[in-house]
Design a protein around this ligand. Structure first.
Ligand SMILES: Cc1ncc(COP(=O)(O)O)c(C=O)c1O
Length: 965
């Protein structure tokens, strides 16, 4: 008998959950014979791919890890003294293992369903408190994408908030000593919206210039110098000019915070709070501002409210002002941010506490002082008068090259500028490193003063100017004082994790969000030092492994989308939209079509589409949809032709956000091209296309991919994500560049993100997914996503109206349940969402793209058993609504209106509801076996907005409650 030695372990069988037998059962429920027939009935024949994707054979999980380790081994981990906003940091093991590497944290969704997200909401309140207290600002948001884009958001917010006296002012002055990558991102952001960006030495600033609306400085600046900006701020206030600071959070443990000087906005990155450099990301940027800007602040803010029982509860505050609602009126397109990393940074502060942070900051500063002292002793001139972690050494060009060569031989990266070397210190460095620097400088420059460095003394004199030393306390709340032992910290993290429902509990069928499996094997490489410990501006030859992976991933994504090339720079879907539109803009400008600035957007589009278009300097024209959910072709034609001379692009999501493969898509693309426009395809629904059709095939010119949807990067509770853009040949020259690293096309638009490859260290996840699935696995995933959706549709159709299907009655990868009819008995879609929590499920997407509906997307990773449990819950809820319709249950007090039911409510001595405790908490038998208890009951949203509190409540309030939540 012959036996096979081929690997028996196929990853696609782990990723795609339904077995062959289950698939047969599901098909018969749907009423088709084969999966192929179902797909033929779903995707229009004329857009099906004519050949299979050209991808390498699928690897087993073990082979993938082995091969990727080899590639990773080509990255060289040198000690980085480069700085520029990226620092080596010591990730506390308890945080790495229990947050970064823990699916209980990383598979959660954005905390819209606050009752089952109290853990990460509390963690984010911690983050906001850390930021607002260290910066001494009134409030902070719960993260932005990176420091460069946070600076861009600051500029946009201040521009939109100009006082009446400055309504015509459009000049934003930025000190040339702001980080270069930030300057570049500001440049990208300023041009299309008509802001006159002036980058110049601060000495040339004319505060009385009537055109000036804002000034930005870096504190400490890119050279490391700590400047005193108090007078500048006083002058700015006199002239009604806003001031924005880019700053280093750790330095503020020692430095006078910008808030105490009177700054209007403070931005920066929290990377060095225990988040690995990861060759550029992901890291959480922060944005802090004054109370008066609370309604303009971009991104999400977590606030404190109360639940139905009067208990303190966290929620996302001011949700209705999110860009989803503001659409073309938005000044920001921020949706996915960097929640997981914000959680880590907040927890780093919790673990170290205020004293620990001061110790770390002092050590970092002390090392810089020590290095300055020793190099000065060697005869070098250190330029910075006051500094925190960075020193600037004067050196001639010949000596500089010798230092560079010698430093490289010692595996050290310094920052080299004309006639200068800059050295930045961090908590991972020590006295031995100062000694090594001393040796490099002394040996490579043959200085005459070859003495042993005097490093025995453990204390040094600070070089922070006396007037700029921090005097105020920070982080005095209980939470930052209590969890400093590992056991306490471990249990705190677990306690918060247990409050949150994530993919470790049950399916999260969020339409448009694609909560598929984030396989452990895909996640493992993220924390390998070869990927996590590289500085984004390390010499290119030290990142050969990264470049090899990037190139392969770009090739694969281009093949999958049917396009010529891919940029890995945008670090969210919305940033992808913005990049794609900026590329289209550059293409039109290159052809002399500067006047093309109209973007057509269907009414069903995600709110980020119009918001991104506005940021790209375009005018939005909305196109209606017909009663089948398709773009109204007639209306589109009219609008495209009416704007023919100014048409820049159409933004279209495919399959549509209504879950339908519109049959006219190729005609739509042709129409736009005939009118001189480009077609931007929002790739959020790419998981319904991979291997079966493609944006290129359909006729689009550019698309973004949400790697955190289709390509398995976990949602992290609201980020990180990645939104690479893939483009047709004629757009390749315009792909985005970077000021330090050669990326992008030959006529590259300036940088979109601070780092050249966005959040590089999470790219191994998508790389692994494609490598392990191969062509067959990827196409099977797409087919199964469509199968699973149509199965749910078949099961729920007798109970709920389904909005929109294709011409042959099929849904695509997601579908919409219409819940508007239940309003007659006062049941809102939110009531169903909250009741699902009692059954152990997260709600599908609520009220997008149609108000009063639920959009369900099961993905291919859910088994028939899980789909059946979900359908059973939905059907049982329908019966609960019927009881109200039939007068058997009370309209005002019923299981839906009072949902979710907490354990404390159910076991309370007093039970005043007209239904049983059992019905409230264990509505179906399977719930009893594995009950998830929401930690708070229904949260009062309006109360939270009226009484906005966005940082940890004072210690006295904890005393009142006698517990630490
Ligand atoms: C259709 C669609 N487009 C764009 C986006 C924005 O993507 P991101 O959140 O990554 O910025 C989303 C996010 O949910 C989406 O569903």
């Amino acid at each position: 008998m012959k036996i096979s030695i081929a690997s028996s372990d196929k990853f696609q069988e782990r990723h795609i959950a339904p077995t062959n037998e289950e698939i047969q059962n599901m098909l018969s429920e749907i009423g088709v014979d084969t999966v192929e027939t179902l797909i033929d009935q779903t995707i229009p024949k004329k857009i099906r791919l004519k050949r299979p994707l050209q991808l390498p054979d699928a690897k087993s999980e073990a082979d993938f890890l082995r091969d990727l380790k080899k590639i990773a081994g080509k990255n060289k981990i040198y000690k980085s003294f480069i700085g520029l906003g990226y620092h080596d940091t010591i990730v506390p093991g308890v945080i790495q293992r229990n947050i970064l590497e823990n699916p209980g944290w990383y598979t959660a969704y954005t905390p819209y369903q606050a009752e089952i997200a109290q853990g990460r909401l509390e963690a984010l309140i911690n983050f906001q408190t850390v930021v607002s207290e260290l910066t001494a600002m009134d409030l902070a948001n719960a993260s932005l994408l990176d420091e460069g884009t946070a600076a861009g958001e600051a500029m946009s917010m201040l521009y939109a908030s100009r006082p009446r006296s400055k309504k015509a002012a459009n000049k934003f002055f930025v000190d040339e000593k702001v980080y270069k990558q930030t300057l570049e991102v500001l440049h990208t952001r300023a041009i299309p919206v008509g802001i006159d960006l002036v980058i110049a030495p601060l000495s040339t600033l004319d505060m009385a210039d009537p055109h000036l609306f804002g000034v930005m400085v870096q504190y400490p600046n890119a050279d490391g110098e700590v400047g005193d900006y108090e007078e500048l701020i006083v002058n700015a206030k006199d002239q009604e000019v806003f001031t924005a600071f880019a700053t280093d959070l750790l330095s503020l443990a020692l430095l006078k915070p910008p808030g105490e000087m009177g700054a209007d906005v403070v931005v920066g990155t929290s990377q060095r709070f225990g988040v690995p450099m990861g060759f550029g990301g992901p890291h959480a940027a922060f944005f802090a501002t004054r109370e008066s800007f609370k309604r303009q602040i971009p991104g999400r803010i977590i606030g404190i409210s109360v639940d139905q029982d009067g208990k303190k509860a966290y929620r996302m505050a001011l949700q209705t002002r999110e860009q989803h609602i503001k659409r073309e009126k938005a000044t920001s397109n921020i949706c996915t941010a960097q929640v997981l990393l914000a959680v880590m940074a907040g927890m780093y502060a919790v673990y170290h506490g205020p004293e620990g942070l001061k110790r770390i900051a002092s050590k970092v500063h002390g090392l810089a002082v020590l290095a300055a002292r020793e190099l000065e002793k060697l005869g070098f001139k250190q330029i910075n008068k006051g500094f925190f972690d960075t020193i600037k050494i004067e050196i001639d060009e010949v000596q500089k090259e010798k230092v560079r060569a010698f430093a490289l031989s010692k595996k050290m990266n310094f920052r080299y500028e004309e006639n200068h070397i800059l050295l930045t210190f961090d908590e991972a460095k020590n006295k031995e490193d100062v000694k090594a620097i001393y040796e490099v400088f002394s040996k490579s420059t043959h200085t005459l003063k070859m003495t042993e460095p005097s490093l025995a003394d453990m204390s040094v004199e600070t070089r922070i100017p006396a007037g700029l030393l921090r005097k105020s306390d920070f982080l005095q709340h209980e939470v930052f004082r209590h969890f400093h032992s590992e056991h306490e910290m471990l249990r705190y993290l677990k306690r918060l994790e247990n409050k949150d429902l994530s993919l470790v509990h049950s399916m999260i069928s969020l339409g448009s969000c694609t909560m598929k499996l984030n396989a452990t094997t895909e996640m493992i490489p993220v924390t390998w030092p070869e990927f996590s410990q590289l500085h984004p501006y390390a010499p290119q030859d030290q990142a050969a492994g990264y470049y090899e992976m990037f190139q392969e991933l770009r090739n694969w994504l281009s093949e999958i989308t049917g396009f010529a090339d891919t940029s890995l720079q945008p670090n969210s879907g919305a940033q992808g939209e913005y990049s794609g539109l900026m590329v289209i803009r550059a293409y039109h400008h290159d052809r002399g079509d500067q006047h093309r600035n109209i973007v057509l957007i269907p009414s069903s589009a995600h709110g980020t589409n119009p918001a991104s278009a506005v940021m790209a300097g375009m005018k939005v024209v909305i196109v209606p949809c017909d009663d089948k959910g398709n773009i109204d072709f007639g209306a589109l034609k009219d609008k495209a032709e009416a704007h023919k001379d100014h048409l820049a692009a159409l933004m279209v999501t495919y399959p549509s956000t209504h879950g339908v493969f519109e049959e006219a898509i190729q005609d739509i693309c042709q129409l736009i091209h005939d009118c001189g426009g480009q077609v931007y395809m929002d790739g959020a629904n790419m998981n319904a296309q991979v291997g079966l059709t493609s944006p290129g095939m359909i006729g689009a010119d550019v698309c973004h991919l949400n790697l955190h949807k289709t390509f398995c990067i976990p949602h992290g509770g609201g980020g990180p994500g990645m939104g690479p853009i893939c483009v047709a040949e004629h757009l390749v020259p315009f792909l985005p560049g970077n000021p330090f690293v050669k990326t992008g096309g030959k006529s590259a638009i300036p940088a979109i993100s601070a780092a050249p490859f966005g959040s590089a260290s999470i790219l191994p996840i998508s790389y692994g997914y494609i490598a392990m699935m191969g062509e067959e696995g990827l196409s099977n995933a797409t087919k199964t996503a469509i199968l699973n959706t149509n199965y749910i549709k078949a099961k729920l159709e007798p109970h709920y109206p389904i909005l929109y299907t294709g011409s042959r009655g099929r849904a695509a990868h997601e579908m919409i349940l219409d819940c508007r009819g239940f309003k007659e008995v006062k049941i809102e879609v939110e009531d169903i969402a909250k009741r699902l929590m009692d059954y152990g499920f997260h709600a599908p997407t609520v009220s997008f793209p149609v108000a009063g509906t639920l959009m369900i997307e099961p993905t291919e990773s859910e088994s028939k058993t899980e789909l059946d449990r979900f359908c059973a819950a939905m059907i049982a809820i329908r019966e609960e609504i019927r009881e109200i319709e039939e007068g058997k249950a009370d309209k005002g007090s019923n299981v839906l209106k009072n949902a979710p039911h907490t354990a404390s409510k159910v076991v309370a001595d007093k039970w005043e509801f007209p239904y049983s405790r059992e019905k409230a908490a264990y509505p179906l038998p399977f719930v009893k076996e594995n009950k998830f208890w929401p930690s708070v009951s229904r949260i009062d949203a309006a109360y939270g907005d009226r009484n906005l509190v966005c940082s940890c409540i004072p210690t006295e309030a904890y005393e009142e409650e006698k517990v630490i939540m």
